[in-house]
Design a protein around this ligand. Structure first.
Ligand SMILES: [Zn+2]
Length: 361
């Protein structure tokens, strides 16, 4: 009798080890089969059940994952690490089932009872509150995550800017302004916050303030320099202060030599001043480094049309058409949310620094 049981235990252990090896090798289907074998006798280590549940969730069966994970919670011999692992995964199961409330409740209970200081847990809580559109609670959880080193002040400011953007869309600029100013306390160099504060200042007819905020955003952020300069050009032109723009271009190019809008605006200014060859030189240098710039290509086309032969112009246009097909939107690498403008915080999945155009189509 004891011989059989021993043999059985050994098999359970072997299947479990096999599953771990397959996990390490990235063979998740193989690991899934091995774990199913391992738990058959009912004597597998807790970790085997946790992993089996996780794989079920990954395979789209979060309901079954809940069953397995939930059944482990009554075990009395769990270590603290196992308990944490278990609660995190159970919360993840419920998140997958779309039950954010339950997911949050499990995480918050775990934090309290197990004295968890893991920033990843607070990020999960923040994410679920974000899903529920409870931005105060989400922000509170992000602050906790910051306390334990998960995010920094920059991310807190970005989150507040995302929230403010929503408020602005709904016409609540007063509340938006409050959030943005709060954001700047966390990160005085938060370019998205500066941009929106500039927008609000303009609506309040506070022109100097709008100029100073947009200008700072343009100097700080390559991705926001374009929209910021557009606003600045319009406003300065309307106010008859257009000569100030040259100094702003200069500031931006001193901060970042390759800035698109400031470089092209400078070329356009050369052109306006009749210094066409100087403009051509600047644009050719610029396009050698940033071939995707459509605006740069248009401007150079107009200059070539005036100063180069038609063969050179044709060649340049062909190359430009090819290049234009390669322009891509910014995509969040964690949830695939697409945005025409660069973002640093994803409004859909709450991730930070996940947007890029550097992906395969
Ligand atoms: Zn996302």
């Amino acid at each position: 009798m004891s011989l059989f049981r021993k043999k059985g235990e050994q098999t359970t252990h072997q299947w479990y080890v096999t599953a771990l090896k397959r996990m390490i090798d990235g063979d998740r289907d193989g690991a899934f089969l091995a774990l199913q074998e391992a738990v058959k006798g009912g004597k597998a280590p807790t970790d085997a059940y946790i992993r089996l549940g996780n794989l079920l969730r990954e395979r789209g069966d979060a309901g079954k994952a809940v069953q397995i994970h939930q059944s482990l919670t009554v075990k009395t011999d769990l270590t603290k690490e196992e308990k944490i692992e278990l609660f995190l995964n159970l919360a993840e199961d419920y998140a997958h089932l779309g039950n954010s409330e339950k997911s949050i409740r499990i995480l918050e209970t775990a934090v309290k009872t197990l004295n968890i200081k893991d920033p990843a847990v607070f990020m999960k809580i923040a994410k679920q509150y974000h899903v529920l559109r409870n931005k105060e609670k989400s922000f509170e959880a992000l602050r906790e995550a910051k306390k334990y080193g998960g995010v920094g002040d920059r991310e807190l400011a970005l989150y507040l800017a995302s929230s403010a953007e929503r408020l602005l869309e709904n016409g609540d600029s007063k509340e938006a302004k409050k959030l943005l100013q709060q954001g700047l306390k966390h990160d005085p160099d938060s370019a998205p916050a500066l941009m929106m504060l500039g927008d609000i200042a303009e609506t309040e007819d506070n022109i100097d303030e709008a100029i100073s905020k947009w200008r700072r955003a343009a100097v700080l952020s390559p991705q926001l320099a374009g929209p910021a300069l557009q606003k600045l050009e319009r406003l300065l032109y309307e106010r008859g202060k257009f000569s100030e723009i040259e100094k702003i271009y200069h500031d931006i190019r001193s901060a970042r030599g390759g800035d698109e809008t400031a470089s092209l605006a400078t070329a356009a200014l050369y052109k306006k001043q009749g210094q066409d060859e100087k403009a051509i030189e600047l644009l050719e240098e610029y396009l050698a480094v940033f071939p995707e710039s459509i605006k740069g290509r248009l401007l150079l086309t107009s200059l070539y049309a005036r100063h180069r032969d038609s063969d050179a112009l044709d060649r340049f246009l062909d190359e430009s058409v090819r290049q234009s097909w390669e322009t891509k939107p910014y995509v969040c690498q964690s949830c695939q949310f697409q945005s025409d403008a660069m973002r640093w915080h994803c409004p859909r999945c709450n991730a930070f620094d996940t947007f890029t155009t550097d992906y395969e189509i």
